[in-house]
Write a protein that binds this ligand. Structure first.
Ligand code: 5GP
Ligand code: ZN
Length: 112
């Protein structure tokens, strides 16, 4: 499948990995919007938040566990944000479910 993030999972495209286990991968965003900007993705291809269902949602809970661990490891005790964009109106540019973990500065409150 022609998916950038599947290619990052397979190693075909290199990335700066910060966490990996059998279900998920976390790596630094290539175009960081904050001092800490990590993408956390399921290794399984799910095209976006609209495709989460009762059969695949367990990995989403796991991603949030990993996000909390990474936020702690990165000493984001003063706060962080987790964002997922779904579809063109939200600005999704890669059609493989991903959660942005942002922190390390006072983040702008721009939610819509
Ligand atoms: P979206 O706009 O879909 O919510 O987020 C996609 C994110 O993926 C963007 O922040 C973009 O910088 C990041 N990105 C796109 N291609 C690559 C890549 O090849 N490597 C990495 N590390 N990040 C990427
Ligand atoms: Zn994919």
């Amino acid at each position: 499948m022609d998916c950038i993030f599947c290619k990052i999972v397979s190693g075909e495209i290199p990335s700066s990995k910060v966490y990996e286990d059998e279900k998920v991968l976390a790596f630094k965003d290539i175009n960081p919007m904050a001092p800490v900007h990590i993408l956390i993705i399921p290794k399984e291809h799910i095209s976006g938040a609209s495709e989460i269902n009762e059969n695949n949602s367990a990995v989403v809970a796991h991603i949030f566990e990993v996000a909390a661990k990474l936020a702690s490891d990165m000493k984001l005790e003063s706060g962080f944000r987790i964002v997922t964009n779904c579809g063109p109106d939200a600005g999704q540019t890669v059609n493989h479910l991903h959660f942005h973990l942002l922190g390390g500065k006072k983040l702008n409150l721009q939610l819509g």
